[in-house]
Design a protein around this ligand. Structure first.
Ligand SMILES: Nc1ncnc2c1ncn2[C@@H]1O[C@H](COP(=O)(O)OP(=O)(O)OP(=O)(O)O)[C@@H](O)[C@H]1O
Length: 237
């Protein structure tokens, strides 16, 4: 069982406190949906967990091993995988070459093609020629070839058609069901909540909701208050 435990995390950007004491738990087999309005700090939080940017205080512990002071590569080896915003593929390389770039010697591409059989048919196509949805599949597939324990996915749906977003969401659910701990940052809140287990809402660098996805999905007024910042912290906290 994997458990990523974050306690009292603080992250600054250009000297400004962006993450201001976040507690969060991501469990094996679960999708933790991280929501919040633009600029709330969602991307910054993921970047501090994978080590792209340093944290100022707090703990990031994976199955009891403290990661907060380790380099990004060491955190990746420990099992943290980060799908960043922007679908960065090597566009002059084929699908298969893009997947192999990430591959450790002992791993193979079977998990990637099991998750997205669509990519098998496109394996010899240069990724620059793929659709946005297929490129997103490549990026997610590339991030799981070494069997991470935790996968963090930032805004995978941005600019994609609903039918593709649904396909990607099903794949993310499958990853969690296979035993990974998933942290999903999404603009499509209702869709993410429909496949997620636990939800967190971040507002100005603080968690203002920590509870069930269904509770939040069933209460649009609560969601509205949490996003806009009216009233006090949610009762579910
Ligand atoms: N490289 C940077 N240098 C300085 N400040 C930054 C940098 N990147 C982001 N910020 C600031 O940090 C805050 C949080 O930004 P972040 O991108 O983490 O939020 P977000 O919740 O992911 O928003 P979005 O949904 O717009 O991506 C914002 O105030 C933003 O202006």
């Amino acid at each position: 069982m994997t458990s990523l435990q974050i306690e009292g995390l603080k992250v600054d950007r250009s000297g400004i406190a962006v993450i201001r004491g976040v507690d969060l738990v991501a469990q094996s087999g679960e999708i933790s949906v991280l929501l919040g309005s633009n600029g709330a700090g969602k991307t910054t939080l993921l970047e501090s967990l994978s080590g792209i940017i340093p944290s100022r205080a707090g703990s990031i512990s994976l199955n009891g091993v403290e990661l907060a002071r380790l380099r990004p590569g060491t955190r990746a080896k420990a099992g943290i995988s980060h799908v960043e915003q922007g679908r960065t593929v090597f566009s002059d390389m084929t699908t298969e070459e893009n997947l192999k770039v990430a591959l450790h010697e002992e791993a193979d591409l079977s998990d990637a093609y099991d998750l997205f059989p669509e990519l098998l048919q496109r394996r010899n196509v240069k990724t620059g020629m793929l659709s946005g949805g297929e490129q997103q599949m490549v990026v997610i597939a590339r991030s799981i070839v070494n069997r991470p324990r935790v996968i963090m996915i930032d805004e995978m749906s941005s600019g994609l058609a609903p039918v593709i977003v649904n396909r990607l969401m099903r794949a993310v659910r499958k990853l969690a069901d296979s035993g990974m701990a998933v942290i999903l940052v999404e603009q499509f809140a209702s869709l993410a909540l429909s496949i997620g287990d636990r939800a967190y809402v971040l507002r100005r660098g603080e968690i203002v909701y920590d509870g069930g996805c269904k509770t939040l999905a069933d209460d649009p007024a609560l969601m509205h208050r949490l996003y806009l910042g009216e009233g006090e912290k949610a009762a579910a906290l």
